[in-house]
Design a protein around this ligand. Structure first.
Ligand code: NAD
Length: 506
């Protein structure tokens, strides 16, 4: 019976994969093969079979795309009135909204993320375009500085030029829109290098932008590997900024490689975020948040609360309840709406996450895992896992695992937990649960992270700065903070009186 079920679910994936066309690059308004006709295979996380072939861009393709983007920036797009430009941005948002179901299905098929979760991400993606169009309209303004009756000095913002966007596979469509929307809304042109493990919805984005009728060259996609296509984008002299989301080590390599062509970088990097639960918290809600925060998106989530610090007075009870949740989490077919955890994106990543579970055992953790139904043996499934008796100096507490794995620790008092929470190289997010208002603020201030939630799960407010401190990132995106990155500020000094000008040579 289990075998029959396996076959029928796998058949569904195979059937959908057969309907997929091969993916081309999108350069200067056309879908094209790579110059050298190279391709790579796109593998299903569920069946581990090849789904389709993807054009594999190299330096020559990047150069072609950058030239097209540069031409568009100097041409029609650069000269376009803001309102007309923003109409295109709204239109992209509308087209995404019209296709949420279809894009969410492609994303689930390609990444193994559960369909119910990709639907939410795709809806948010549509909203990103509307939000940035609105924000440019209402908040992209300059400042004036009056100097007595001698000068009026004022600032203007102009787009930077060709924006190179490099994105990861963990929430691919949403994270791409997070960069494309502000880049276009502020008037830049774009070359996107999406993650090689999740090309399908990036291609769908190209189709949508094509349908929205943006002038040729404004938006380009070069699929391919980081070390080839990504590297060429980073090193290209006409690319004026790189917005990167991915691993910390990749971020550092990119900054080194881009240094010779002096460009600006935005770095959204890895995380190992703490969730701290005090005894006076609403423990049921804290349990919901801790469970969702690490096991949603298959645990492949940069802001995952992968380190759980429980006050010793509540630890035993909390752990028992979390165990129950872990055992009950529905691991299943990502295309099934009721699935809560799907397969990890790729065998390499699966092996890496599994190796951390082995390391945890070697380091002395008690490992408690949930269940993977028998019929799912072909996919890259890792059961939701708790690492009990973890200690701060263990690798599984210090390093980003990026899978459905939570390390559990206890603490006695506030001072101790703050020290432990800060004793990692990362500083992306943090979560504090307490009903003591003073302590909530105190701990929120003390935890070293770019973003902190008190008595809340990771609910994003698009107006606020998003980004990490320490090894989790450089710079902030989101809201008008994105203008700092995607625009150049110019100060214009205008004399309105006869200020003193020294007279030389008289
Ligand atoms: P990754 O660093 O392996 O790859 C990210 C992108 O960089 C891919 O497109 C890849 O092809 C490209 N790349 C790789 N080497 C490159 C090079 N030398 N030059 C140019 N481009 C190169 O990351 P990943 O495995 O795709 O994503 C997971 C990581 O992303 C995790 O560490 C996660 O925490 C992080 N992440 C961070 C955020 C955030 O906002 N801080 C959000 C999502 C994911």
């Amino acid at each position: 019976m289990a075998n029959q079920q396996t076959q029928s679910v796998a058949d569904k994936h195979t059937k959908l994969a057969k309907e997929l066309q091969d993916v081309k690059l999108y350069i200067d308004g056309k879908f094209v093969d790579a110059e050298d006709n190279g391709t790579f295979e796109n593998i299903s996380p569920f069946t581990n079979e090849t789904m389709n072939n993807i054009a594999s861009g190299q330096a020559a393709d990047i150069d072609k795309a950058v030239k097209a983007a540069h031409k568009a920036f100097k041409g029609e797009w650069g000269r376009m009135k803001q309102s007309e430009r923003l109409d295109y941005v709204y239109k992209i948002g509308d087209l995404i909204e019209e296709h949420v179901e279809e894009i969410a299905l492609l994303e689930a098929l390609d990444t193994g993320l559960p369909l119910s979760q990709t639907k939410k991400q795709v809806s948010r993606s549509a909203n990103n375009f509307r939000f940035y169009a609105d924000t440019v309209k209402s908040q992209m303004y300059g400042e004036t500085y009056q100097v007595d009756d001698e000068f009026i000095n004022y600032t203007v913002r102009t787009p930077v030029g060709v924006a190179g966007l490099i994105t990861p596979w963990n929430a691919p469509f949403m994270l791409e829109t997070w960069k494309i929307a502000p880049a276009l809304a502020t008037g830049n042109t774009v070359v996107l290098k999406p993650a090689e493990w999740s090309p399908l919805t990036a291609n769908r984005m190209a189709e949508i932008i094509d349908q929205a009728g943006l002038p040729d060259g404004v938006f380009n996609i070069v699929h391919g590997f980081g070390e080839t296509a990504g590297d060429a984008l980073v090193k290209h002299k006409d690319v004026k900024l790189i917005s990167f989301t991915g691993e910390t080590t990749t971020g550092s390599t990119i900054m080194k490689n881009g240094a010779d062509t002096l460009k600006r970088f935005s770095m959204e990097l890895g995380g190992k975020s703490p969730i701290i639960v005090f005894p006076d918290a609403d423990l049921d809600r804290a349990l919901d948040a801790a469970t969702w925060g690490v096991f949603s998106f298959n645990g492949e989530r940069c802001t995952a609360n992968s380190r759980l610090y429980l006050h010793e007075d509540i630890a035993e009870d909390f752990v028992a309840k979390l165990k129950q949740r872990v055992e009950n989490i529905r691991v299943g077919d990502p295309l099934d709406e009721s699935t809560q955890v799907g397969p990890l994106i790729k065998t390499e990543h699966y092996e890496n996450v599994k190796s951390y579970i082995e390391i945890a055992k070697e380091e002395g953790c008690e490992v408690v895992s949930g269940h993977i139904p028998e019929e799912l043996s072909r996919g890259n499934y890792v059961a939701p896992t708790m690492l009990l008796n973890a200690e701060n100096d263990m690798r599984v507490v210090q390093e980003e695992i990026f899978g459905p794995v939570i390390a559990v620790m206890t603490f006695k008092d506030e001072e101790e937990v703050i020290e432990k929470a800060n004793d990692v190289e990362y500083g992306l997010a943090g979560y504090v649960w307490t009903n003591d208002i003073k302590r909530g603020h105190r701990v929120a201030h003390a935890v070293e992270s770019g973003m902190l939630w008190v008595n809340a799960q990771n609910v994003r407010d698009l107006r606020t700065p998003f980004g990490g401190s320490k090894n989790s990132g450089i710079g902030r995106e989101g809201g008008y903070y994105a203008f700092e990155f995607y625009t150049e500020q110019k100060i214009i000094h205008v004399a309105i009186g006869d200020h003193h000008i020294p007279q030389f040579g008289i």
